[in-house]
Write a protein that binds this ligand. Structure first.
Ligand SMILES: [Zn+2]
Length: 559
């Protein structure tokens, strides 16, 4: 705060002396950015390291260190004087230099979302923590006996008795009535915070600070809805027939508990596809290493800093972290030689090469992916290869017969998986938007209206329960779900562009990408090196010739 007031005094003097407003604003901003980066860079690096250490050791001291540093970062961005300074510069419209303007946008948004009064912020954080705790400690019951989420999922995957399936599904929803009132309260508090900085609700604020326009996202989702409507209806008819036969029921008797997942967000296991056999005698680390080397995006130095295998107390999931925006990029995995971990290591290394191959000449604040969903798109682009028959044939040295075996089911499975997921994500996106627009409406009915509209799954007769509230994302990852869909759309758009315009192949040719260094070059030059220098949609247009569109996702998975 002290440093800042001195800066302002000095900058005011500059204006008086030179009087040339536009240049002055740019100079003021330049100075602010230099001071800001000097302050934030070491804290961010320390926080990333603390998080990394916590993840690989499970040591609570590292977790404490991480949350303290996170709070410190949050405090920097909650400074109201600095926010006002940035807002005034932004509103002056006098920052003409494109890179400075981009940095100003990034800073402005980071400050904007943290302009919450400490008391209100505390209420939001405390309530969020309470809900999260409820979610992690609550156990549903079947006939009075407590069951875990894994047990419920197992029943929904394997049980053939409809009565038992129904009981498991009902158990998965019980947490909803425990947390619903608190979630509604949390939504109202978030809305209160958003209104104080001039937004109609928290949903609009969230998207705006993420540089996403609600109308634009609506348009993309509507187009995807229209384009997938008929194909999804057909695919679901087939699926329903298979499921009904399996459960000895009529198609019209099918209910939400017949779909192998509490929300019908995952693919029911009805088409045999066991790819693990192909991977069990291979080394997924070696495969990933040699694949990335072949496309000209070496990952040796990334893997050298990474933590790849299971250990006690270690985080059991997977993630990628850019420690310093200066080349120290690491991934965490718990590798096994199976298809799922092949997908995961390709996925995490996709995030990693995006971070690793940033252009060091780009300013620090812009040396990051254009958007959270663009890095997700690159990760998905590479992760999809673990089930790609052409890729598997080349990397795993399979025979033509083996490749054909895989192709018989992999295409159908991929289509099913993508369609089921995007239709489910439409429920999440639309419901959440309306939840923030009016948290006092009849949310229980709204939820089933959405499920019926997008997933074609009927509400059980007479059901009046807060089934929506059993989805943890509303509490812990608000207004985020659409990014998974945008990532899938972009992965398909990049794939199409590379196949047709870079590799000059037919659009529907199955491409393995093995040893296609032209593909790696394209991604490095057009996507990675640009960092956040351009708005995400400008980056996509510069790279592929058109803004983000669902067209190629539909061509790839819907047809
Ligand atoms: Zn990811």
């Amino acid at each position: 705060m002290k440093i800042l007031s001195t800066t302002i005094v000095m900058l005011t003097l500059t204006i008086v002396l030179f009087g040339c407003a536009p240049r002055t604003k740019e100079k003021q901003l330049g100075k602010f950015i230099a001071a800001h980066v000097e302050k934030i860079k070491p804290i961010r690096k320390k926080a990333s390291l603390a998080y990394w250490n916590a993840a690989i050791t499970g040591d609570s001291k590292d977790y404490d260190k991480f949350s303290k540093l996170q709070l410190k970062i949050r405090q920097i961005y909650s400074n109201p004087e600095e926010f006002t300074f940035l807002r005034d510069i932004k509103e002056s419209g006098q920052v003409k230099d494109a890179k400075l303007a981009r940095q100003l946008d990034e800073l402005y948004n980071a400050y904007l979302e943290n302009q919450i009064e400490p008391q209100l912020l505390k209420k939001i954080v405390d309530l969020g923590t309470e809900i999260e705790k409820n979610f992690s400690t609550f156990r549903g019951t079947i006939r009075g006996k407590k069951v875990t989420t894994n047990e419920i999922k197992k029943i929904l995957k394997t049980e053939t008795d409809s009565v038992k399936r129904k009981e498991a599904w009902l158990a998965s929803k019980q947490v909803g009535s425990v947390v619903a009132t608190n979630i509604i309260q949390l939504v109202k508090l978030r809305n209160e915070a958003a209104r104080k900085v001039g937004f109609e609700n928290y949903h609009t604020l969230s998207l705006t600070v993420a540089e996403q326009d609600v109308e634009e996202i609506d348009r993309i989702f509507n187009e995807l809805y229209e384009l997938t409507n008929e194909p999804f209806a057909k695919l679901k008819d087939d699926l329903d027939r298979i499921l009904a036969a399996k459960y000895g029921a009529e198609v019209k008797e099918l209910a939400p508990w017949h779909y192998h997942d509490p929300f019908f967000q995952e693919t029911p296991l009805v088409y045999d596809l066991d790819l693990d056999a192909y991977y069990k005698d291979k080394d997924v680390r070696e495969l990933a290493l040699s694949f990335y080397a072949g496309i000209g995006l070496p990952v040796q130095s990334i893997l050298a800093n990474s933590d790849l295998y299971e250990r006690e107390d270690k985080n059991p999931h997977a993630f990628c972290t850019d420690i310093d925006r200066e080349g120290d990029v690491r991934i965490l995995c718990n590798l096994k030689n199976n298809e799922n971990w092949m997908d995961t290591i390709l996925h995490e290394l996709g995030h990693a090469v995006y971070d690793k191959y940033q252009d060091p000449n780009v300013p620090y604040l812009l040396r990051e992916p254009a958007h959270i969903f663009t890095t997700e798109a690159i990760a998905m682009f590479f992760g999809r290869l673990s089930r790609n028959a052409a890729w598997m044939q080349q990397m795993l040295k399979l025979s033509d017969e083996q490749r054909m075996e895989i192709e018989k089911v992999s295409g159908k499975y991929a289509k099913l998986k993508q369609l089921i997921f995007v239709r489910w994500a439409m429920v999440m996106y639309d419901f959440e938007k309306q939840l923030y627009a009016n948290p006092d409406q009849d949310l229980n009915s709204l939820w089933w209206k959405m499920v019926e509209k997008y997933q074609f799954v009927k509400k059980p007769n007479g059901r009046v329960e807060p089934d929506w509230a059993s989805k943890i994302h509303f509490a812990i990852a608000p207004c985020y779900y659409h990014n998974y869909v945008l990532g899938e759309l972009l992965a398909s758009q990049l794939h199409h562009h590379i196949v047709v315009n870079i590799l000059k192949l037919e659009p529907d040719k199955e491409v393995s990408y093995v040893d296609q260094s032209k593909a790696g070059d394209f991604l490095r030059k057009k996507v990675f090196e640009a960092g956040a220098t351009y708005h995400w949609n400008d980056m996509i247009e510069r790279a592929t010739g058109q803004p983000l569109t669902p067209k190629y996702f539909v061509a790839e998975f819907v047809k």
